[in-house]
Design a protein around this ligand. Structure first.
Ligand SMILES: [Cu+2]
Length: 103
């Protein structure tokens, strides 16, 4: 019985790790994850789609909507998106200027 339980656990772990490694992710990565007082207020945001653990890129089509919401107000960022390549596949980039803390 003890053996069975252990086998079950290993099986669940194997299932989980296989899922994690073969999973694909939509990634939105800022060039700086903590903007301090003395840092530039302008950050780059990269949008991509891939299997990052295997370094396999997949094309990300131009998003229909891409925006920032602050105090219930929506700022559209679609027009600022520039096409780039991430892991040899179509991806997007934008500059975003932070105006004040909390944005
Ligand atoms: Cu996938």
């Amino acid at each position: 019985m003890k053996y069975l339980k252990y086998t079950g656990l290993v099986f669940v772990m194997a299932l989980f790790s296989v899922n994690l490694v073969s999973a694909h992710f939509g990634m939105l990565i800022p060039s700086d994850n903590m903007v301090m007082q003395e840092d530039s207020r302008k950050i780059d945001i990269t949008l991509s789609f891939s299997h990052p653990f295997e370094m396999i890129g997949m094309p990300l089509e131009n998003p229909q909507t891409f925006y920032v919401v602050k105090d219930g107000k929506t700022q559209m960022l679609n027009e600022s998106l520039q096409e780039i390549k991430v892991m040899a596949q179509k991806a997007w980039k934008t500059d975003y200027t932070i105006k004040r803390p909390g944005v």
